[in-house]
Design a protein around this ligand. Sequence first.
Ligand code: FES
Ligand SMILES: [Fe+2]
Length: 453
Amino acid sequence: MNDATAQPGEARSPGISYQQLLDTDTHPVPDVLRLESPRYLGNDDIDVAHYTARAWHDLEVQRLWPKLWQFACRDSDIPEVGDHVIYEIARSSYIVVRTDSDTIKAYPNACLHRGRQLKDHAGRCSEIRCAFHGFAWNLDGTLKDVPARWDFDHVRDEQFSLPECRVGVWAGFVMINPDPQAEPLEQFLGEIIEQFSVWDLADRYTQAHVAKVIHANWKIAQEAFCEALHVGATHPQILPYLADTNSQVDIWDNFARVVTAGGSPSPRLDWAPTQDQMMRAMTDTRHDEASPLPVGDDESMRAVGASASRDRWRSAVGDRVDEMSDAEMMDSIDYTVFPNFHPWGAFNRIVYRFRPNGDDHRSSIMECLFLAPFQGERPANVPVHFLNESETFLDAPELGMLGKVFNQDLFNMANVQRGLEATHKPGVTLANYQESKIRWLHQKLTQWIEAPT
Ligand code: FES
Ligand SMILES: [Fe+2]
């Protein structure tokens, strides 16, 4: 609805809607992309303190991270019994360990003797032994060994097992929740399980995993990827092929999504790109270079691009690609699971995670994983490529063209933090529809922070 009589939250961008675009697909579109779940969540400003206040960070540390399901690692990161990773969030650290072929457990990374962290690195072990005095636990968390046992007659084995977090696995993602009373993972995730059933992310390996410290609160970093409104100012080079403000935004309970069409020009352009210009923009081809995929005026760049993408994925996915829609080949299907986990649908391959950088509320760790399909033997997951302070995303060539785009996003993040600390305006103002995922994130956040303890 584009007229001035639209109710709040009902106005939409000029140009073709995402659902109208799906009507032109050359292949059947899966039901998941036909879902629509817009939610008008009000238009109040979001308190700047969410990003800037140490006190707000402390509330997150107390009330958010200890109680929420969160993405800790891929189950393929710990394929063998005894394989473990360390998952850190704010002040907390957890050991996530495979205890038998079907079981993964997570323990607070702290010795029950005098508290030293039990594991300093990821690796493989046959027991969990503390480096300080040598107390040891079996992989299943039961007490194994106490040095000078004669001096610890007050230690009861059955009361000295490692405390456990809740653990669940969805689509190859190991999710942990430190709260033993937490609702089951399946209940927390809800309908997203069904929605992702067409894109089985369990059947992927980690092809790229890039991390970088960002000099902004974790929510500022994350929200740079939660709407397409910024594309016009931040990434103008992609407007010829990306329908930025025609994105569809859907909100469910604990997850939400923004779906942005590729191969459909931005309605904000004041010129009409040819089909070939759209392809040149998508393939990042300079005007003095030959296009790798020339498109005639009588062809659809979206269809040509989708066809090329099917060919690209055919060797890994098989002929199933011939049943998949142009939308799945071309569009950005950007899901967010509250609070900080962003698995994308179809073959974008992207998964983002954003965490506070230790106990610092003014910096964060941004991670981008590519989960790629494969055929035959599962390739090993790559290790994390942690960019150092002086490196940019262009120093991670495994990101391909995304590196340039991320650098443009990076250019804003620390400056948003600085601006929010300088502003005299107490809140940030959000678009009713396009930025409703950000409003949903903050409303959920506030609910958790204000929940009775
Ligand atoms: S602190 Fe771990 S054995 Fe003493
Ligand atoms: Fe961006």
